[in-house]
Design a protein around this ligand. Sequence first.
Ligand SMILES: [Mn+2]
Length: 358
Amino acid sequence: MSNNEMDQLRDSLDNVNLRLLDLINERARLVQQIGQVKQKQSMIRFDPVRERDMLNNIVAHNDGPFEDSTIEHIFKEIFKAGLELQEDDHSKALLVSRKKKPEDTIIDIKGEKIGDGKTHFIFGPCAVEGYDQVAQVAEAVKNKGLKLLRGGAFKPRTSPYDFQGLGVEGLKILKQVADQYDLAVISEIVNPAHIEEAMEYLDVIQIGARNMQNFELLKAVGDVDKPVLLKRGLSATIAEFINAAEYIMSRGNGKIMLCERGIRTYETATRNTLDISAVPILKQETHLPVFVDVTHSTGRRDLLLPTAKAAIAIGADGVMAEVHPDPAVALSDSAQQMDLDMFDEFLAALTKGAPIFA
Ligand SMILES: [Mn+2]
């Protein structure tokens, strides 16, 4: 083959490319027109029967050299691109996304404005074990000028034989302590049937990691007017986490705080692997406040302070950690809760005496 011949063939190929381009775009314009007609008639855009007919017709005319399966594959991609063109950008943007709402969501919890750019803290025992235990931590929290107290009443545990929490009794203790110390309380709810009752006791409903994709529970908290702290699932991707938040917001409740709490990896030096880069990604992708739970992500007392510093440095709106008056006798998570002295040091080191959270 001479160079001249090669050039001619290449010219022809370039021409065919441009003809294909014209035809593909001509097809796209027709698809858009059909989409507009369908929208007016409130018809569903994807029509698998019509798509099958078109593919059959194309394959029936295929004289090669491409195999029918290759032709089907190529045209399926063209059909898909056309369908995506019909879906307008607006409907694809999630309610929790920055695209939908550029400004930060600020959630007011008894005067504490989460998402206002300052660092906020949530402290409290892993589980509510009794009034005195919760009250001791509440007093310490109150003395620091902090507002948010956590405590688990319903404890979804890995083993069914581990302490399962005090249930509604635990919520009542939290409410009693919150009233006494003028704090806001946050506790996990695991059953949609408990939400109505929890409304009178709690200031924030927590959805735990193990329930991040419990869609009925997400819908149920989406139906009430109460802030929600949504924890990332054990093995959830960031996209799955964001979609879990969307389940709540799509029902009308936009008061959602996201909480990175570590993900499952092959690493065993820590209980989970704190995905610190999830914080700026969630801040970019969504308008919701983002917390970091340093207790459950690390499972190690010696890592609470450095990871909390990292969380604040990388732009988290708040830090959550577990504090127990006597961790050694705690009914759950005894290896990683801070005692009250350590709590003093932890907060002093984080704030260096400055009331950055005031
Ligand atoms: Mn715990």
